[in-house]
Structures are given as C-alpha cells and as structure tokens.
Write a protein that binds this ligand. Structure first.
Ligand code: UD1
Ligand code: CA
Length: 457
C-alpha cells in the first residue's frame, strides 16, 4: 500500500445530534467517535502522517483533542461546510501528493481495519470503489444504483420513489485513484435538493468519462453511521459487545454482558471474573484471577493477580497489587496503592496513599497523602487530617503499627514502627517506635449526675 493516504471527514456540524459539542467528539464508550476511526486507519497499517482529518465545525476543539491524542496525524481545515464533495476538494493540496486516496466519513466508527485494508486494495482496481451495505431500514442513506459495469449514488433527498425503494446504500467509505478524482472533483456542483457538493457525485462524473467504478458489500452492523443519539447508542452497543466477545475469547468470565462496559483501551487477563454491572474504563489493566464485584467502576486502575474487588468499589488512577482486596463500598483514587495482600474495606477512601504489604484499613476510614508500612492495622473510623486549608500534608505510619479506632492523624505527623495509638486519639506529634500514643483526655465519672439533673428539671 505504497503512497496511499486516508482522509477522514470530520468537519460537519452533526446537527442531528442536538449537542453543543462537535459530533466526532461525542463519546462512544469513553472515547470520542473520531478516535476509533483514526485508530482503525493506524491499525490497518497506515502511518499517522498519511492520515488526514478534515475539521471545520467546532474545529478548534477537534484540533486540540487530536493534537494531544494523535499528534502526528495531519489536520486539514474546511472553513465552510458545503458538503462532502467540497470537504474533499478543500484537502486537495494534501492528497494530490499521493497516488491513492481512501476517504472515510468521520462518523463510521465500527469499520474494522481488515475492511479498510480491503477497501485500500481496490485503489488499483477501479477509479473509485465504495463500500455499501444492505440496510434493514435504509432511511436517509444514499442509494446505490448499479448498472452492469458501474456504480453511482443518489442521495435520499434527490431520489425518486423507485430509487428510495433500493436497500443497498452508500456507507461513506471510498477508495480513489488520485489522478481520476483530481479530474472530476472540480466538476461536482451543488445543484441538488440540499444545495451541497456531494462527494458521491464523483462516481457519476467518472462513469460519464469512461472511468471504472465499483462497490463491495459489507455487513450493516459494521457500516452504521452516527447521526443521532439513538444511532450513537446503537453503535455503542455493537462496540461494547465486540470488546466483550474479544475478552471472553481470551478467557474472561463475564456473568452479564448486557450490563458490563469495558473500554477499548483496557487490558484483561484470563480467569478474570466480572460480576454484573461493572464498568472498566480508560487504560485499566486487570491481572489473572481477579474478580471485579458488582457495581464497581474502574478507571485507569492497575490490578495485579488474584485481586478481589468485592462490590461497589470505585478505583481511579490507582494500583492494587497481587492478592490485595477492596470493598465493598470504597473509593480508591489519585495514585493510591494497595501493596500485596493489603485490604481497604467498607466505607474507606484512599487518596494518594500507599497501604503497605498485608496492612488493613477495614472500616470507615480516610487515608489521604499517607504512607503505611507493612502489617499495619487501622482501627475503624481512623482518618488523616491531611488538609490544613492551604496545604496537603503527609502522614507516615511505620511497619506493624496498631492504630486504635477513631484515631485522627493531624498531618504532617509520623508514627514509628511497632507503635500503638489509643482509641480516640488526636495524634499531633511524633509517636516513637514501639510506644503508645495517647492523645485524648482521661475519662472522669461524676457520681449521681443523672439523679441531680432530674432533680433540677
Ligand atoms: C453521507 C453520504 C451518503 C451516505 C452516508 C453514509 C454524502 C452527500 N452523502 O450522508 O450517501 O449514505 O454518508 O453514512 O456524502 N462532512 C464534512 N464536511 C461537510 C459535510 C460533511 O466534513 O461539509 C463530514 C461529516 O462530519 C461526516 C461525514 O462528512 O463525518 C458525512 O457527513 P454527513 O452529513 O453525516 O452525511 P450523511 O448525510 O450521513
Ligand atoms: Ca452520516
């Protein structure tokens, strides 16, 4: 596939989405639609510098996103959106440097890399090849008119009754011989129902000049376009099932695929079990033998082997190492880490904290900016007071400490190895190794107090 480029059209307004954001930036699962289209081209073996994206409507936003996500793809501008034919013409200076050009609608995210390769291989066969599909409900798609030797397309709004009855439609994916396209692109007019320059008109113009046009049919499921929120939901379902089928074929046990969401960027291993109602987003990585309990949401979470996420855990940008355990009902975030065999239990929040090997934070705790050594036990209700209103301060708790229930660590503060704190203590100063830190008033009992109180009433 030498000297081939791929042009993705993403300049349209996407009016039918009824959203302030440009259509191609609408999220499909957890990534913008456009990312899937670009990734397909890259996965088909096209170098990023040979992929061009046409931006226009909301173009600054699209450009900003792409410069961060795919910095090497070429951004091309279509300043006014006058139709797909006009869009491709706007980028002529770029694609005329190549021999072959594949054009893709930016809203066809389910197209697979194999299909893109097949389309690209047609650049040598015809002057233009289009992908078509047989639509269950052909709606507003362009209708494919086949004659013995050629193919042309009529847009729905311009089609006659009998043409509208045709169920074979244009998928919006084209392969062109560049020289042939260059000969007709300037001849496309906007003399039609929508007063737009239609790229599909290139086929008719080629046919009348004796050039070769062709089409091949693909399954509808792969070729669906996204024009409305309902179509986005439909495409999202297909993408979700595609990702789930892949992981199930790799040995992941998914109890209820209907309620499970896995990002296209997540990595799972064999013998992972996913209970119903789980979401795994971003670049999460789940090691073998892990169980992800119901209602859990993982985002950029890295789990080692045999990690048990019991249920209703939210884990973001954090790491749970081998044999650690979390939940039910915990929030682990901002680069927190459970070392091997560590445990964060019921109603526990960990923020930017390291819980050492075998250490436990079982109930009702907040550990923020804390470092715990190994085999520490944190009593129920203990928290770090890590924020003084201006700064976030650190708490350090040494190996083998036993922290009494409801201890407050007023950070910055440190507890030496093997130390204990008395329940209910407010720890404001260093507790030396193996010492008991008591930071509370002694209990005094006032005899007959209740009797006297009643007497007064
Ligand atoms: C287009 C095809 C139709 C096909 C359908 C398949 C045309 C005229 N019609 O219709 O035959 O069945 O796709 O999904 O091409 N865009 C630009 N600049 C513009 C206009 C559009 O970049 O000036 C981009 C859009 O962002 C979009 C793509 O081109 O990604 C297709 O545009 P859209 O308006 O969705 O075309 P359809 O009406 O769906
Ligand atoms: Ca479309």
């Amino acid at each position: 596939m030498n000297n081939l480029c791929v042009l993705i059209m993403a300049a349209g307004k996407g009016t039918r989405m009824k959203s302030a954001a440009p259509k191609v930036l609408q999220p499909l699962l957890d990534r913008p639609i456009i990312d899937y289209v670009i990734s397909n081209a890259l996965n088909a073996g096209i170098a990023p510098e040979n992929v061009g994206v046409l931006v226009g409507s909301g173009g600054e936003e699209v450009e900003k996103h792409l410069s961060q996500t795919f910095p090497d793809v070429k951004i091309l501008w279509q300043r006014e959106q006058l139709g797909t034919g006009h869009a491709v013409k706007s980028a002529q200076d770029w694609w005329s440097n190549y021999d072959s050009l594949v054009v893709l609608n930016g809203d066809v995210p389910l197209l697979k890399p194999e299909s893109l390769k097949e389309l690209a291989s047609c650049c040598d066969k015809h002057d233009c090849t289009v992908i078509t599909f047989i639509a269950e409900n052909p709606g507003a798609y362009g209708r494919v008119i086949r004659s013995q030797a050629s193919v042309s397309i009529v847009e729905f709004k311009d089609a006659s009754e009998s043409q509208r009855a045709i169920r074979e439609v244009n998928a919006g994916c084209y392969a062109f011989r560049v020289k042939s396209l260059a000969a007709v692109i300037g001849l496309i007019t906007n003399n039609n129902a929508q007063h737009e320059y239609y790229l599909p008109d290139a086929l008719g113009l080629m046919n009348s000049r004796g050039m070769a046009t062709g089409a091949f049919v693909m399954p509808e499921e792969e070729m669906q376009g996204v024009n409305t929120q309902a179509e986005l939901a439909g495409v999202s379902r297909v993408m979700r099932m595609r990702i789930l089928s892949h992981w199930m074929s790799e040995g992941v046990r998914v109890l209820d695929p209907e309620s499970t969401y896995i990002s296209v960027d997540a990595q799972l291993s064999h013998d992972v079990t996913i209970m119903p109602n789980v979401q795994i987003w971003g670049t999460s990585k789940i090691g073998e033998g892990c169980t992800i309990g119901s209602g859990s949401i993982l985002k950029n979470a890295v789990l080692g082997k045999n990690v048990q996420v019991i249920a209703y855990a939210v884990i973001e940008n954090s790491e749970l190492k081998d044999d650690s355990k979390a939940g039910p009902f915990c929030y682990i975030r901002d680069h927190a880490c459970l070392e091997r065999k560590a445990f964060a239990g019921k109603f526990v929040e960990l923020k930017n904290s390291r819980i050492g090997e075998g250490s436990k934070v079982p109930h009702l705790s907040y550990m923020g900016d804390a470092t715990l050594g190994h085999d520490v036990n944190i009593g129920a209700g203990s928290i770090t007071c890590n924020y003084d209103g201006t700064h976030k301060n650190k708490t350090t708790i040494g190996d083998n400490c036993f922290i009494g229930s409801n201890t407050m660590f007023v950070a910055p503060v440190e507890v030496g190895e093997g130390a204990t704190t008395a329940a209910g203590s407010v720890i404001t100063q260093y507790v030396p190794e193996n010492s008991l830190g008591v930071g509370r008033a002694r209990q005094t009992n006032i005899a007959d107090w209740s009797l006297r109180k009643h007497h007064q009433d």
